[in-house]
Design a protein around this ligand. Structure first.
Ligand SMILES: Cc1cc2nc3c(=O)[nH]c(=O)nc-3n(C[C@H](O)[C@H](O)[C@H](O)COP(=O)(O)O)c2cc1C
Length: 287
């Protein structure tokens, strides 16, 4: 046996925390309770679900079906996902809200976060308040085309939540657009040994460049662009810009560029046009 050999781990319920180390986000989900008050529940099983749905971008949340959060989402169809900052005070306040079985009124007596109104436009719908201390908030509604599923055996409630609005503190919006810097967002390693929740300290992110693999050759790009849209021509320079795109994504990328060109009234796709498109946020950067 050397240190490099693996050992078998018995898989138990809640395997992600009992039988492994699994890094997760920590969010506070705000919902509206039956008496109209905002309820905050800490959740980690909350991940991007539909990522390229053109207006149907969605998160997936897994919560006990009898939690306030699941019951409120089932009843009202709305929630907000609040990304609180990584510091011990916030994490202590967050864990205070994670004691199963407490009703909204009981637990919210211990709430140390500040609640402010939703940024969504009412239009008659009532939305839960959001947490002011958050770095960013995803304001969500239950996906219309994916029903909530309760696994009766485990009582887990699986919800797909369409992301209607993302709001972010100014400082982090600037970091996002410039591509410089990351906010301190906590990483949860779960509820271990029935005693403590464990979080890691946020450390400085580092970068790793994409692999310099040989992509496709310019002839394959030319073949794809010539067959995409007869009204739109491409310069060689524009074709060169996408030779590194993996083959399986090529047609989708070409189609995306052609759609944008049409929208902009452009009939010749140039290298410059491609550069503008590559940086999806170039419009915001110009402002
Ligand atoms: C950091 C943290 C992460 C949690 N993640 C989840 C989770 O992903 N799913 C879940 O069902 N419960 C999770 N819990 C437990 C819930 O927070 C707990 O059941 C709580 O009572 C839910 O509140 P609610 O009933 O107001 O929704 C977590 C608790 C903490 C402190």
């Amino acid at each position: 046996m050397t240190e490099q050999d693996f050992e078998n781990i018995r898989i138990l319920d809640n395997f992600y925390q009992t039988s492994s180390f699994f890094p997760m986000p920590v969010v506070l989900v705000s919902t509206i309770s039956e008496d109209g008050k905002t309820n905050l529940g800490p959740y980690s099983l909350c991940f991007p679900f539909r990522i390229a749905g053109k207006g149907k971008w969605a998160m997936k949340l897994n919560a006990r079906s009898d939690s306030n959060t699941a019951m409120n989402i089932k009843r009202t169809g709305v929630c907000s996902i609040n990304f609180i900052p990584d510091d011990k005070k916030s994490m202590e306040a967050c864990v205070q809200l994670g004691f199963p079985g407490e009703k909204t009124e009981e637990k919210m007596k211990h709430n140390r976060f500040t609640l402010i109104p939703s940024y969504r436009n009412g239009n008659g719908t009532e939305y839960p308040e959001i947490v002011k201390e958050s770095i960013q908030v995803f304001e969500c509604s239950v996906a219309e085309d994916i029903p909530i599923w309760i696994d009766e055996e485990t009582t887990e409630c699986h919800m797909v939540l369409t992301v209607e609005k993302i709001i972010m503190k100014k400082k982090w919006k600037e970091a996002l657009i410039k591509g410089e810097g990351f906010p301190p967002i906590p990483i949860d390693y779960g509820f271990r040994n029935n005693v403590n929740f464990w979080f890691t300290k946020h450390s400085k992110p580092y970068k790793i460049p994409l692999p310099e693999r040989k992509g496709i050759d310019i002839n394959s790009v030319r073949y794809a662009v010539d067959r995409c849209d007869p009204d739109i021509k491409w310069t060689d320079e524009a074709c060169e810009k996408i030779v590194k795109v993996p083959r399986i994504f090529l047609n989708r990328v070409v189609q995306g560029v052609a759609e944008q060109a049409k929208k902009d009234g452009v009939t010749l796709v140039t290298g410059e046009f491609m550069d503008k498109m590559r940086d999806k946020r170039s419009d915001e950067q110009d402002n």
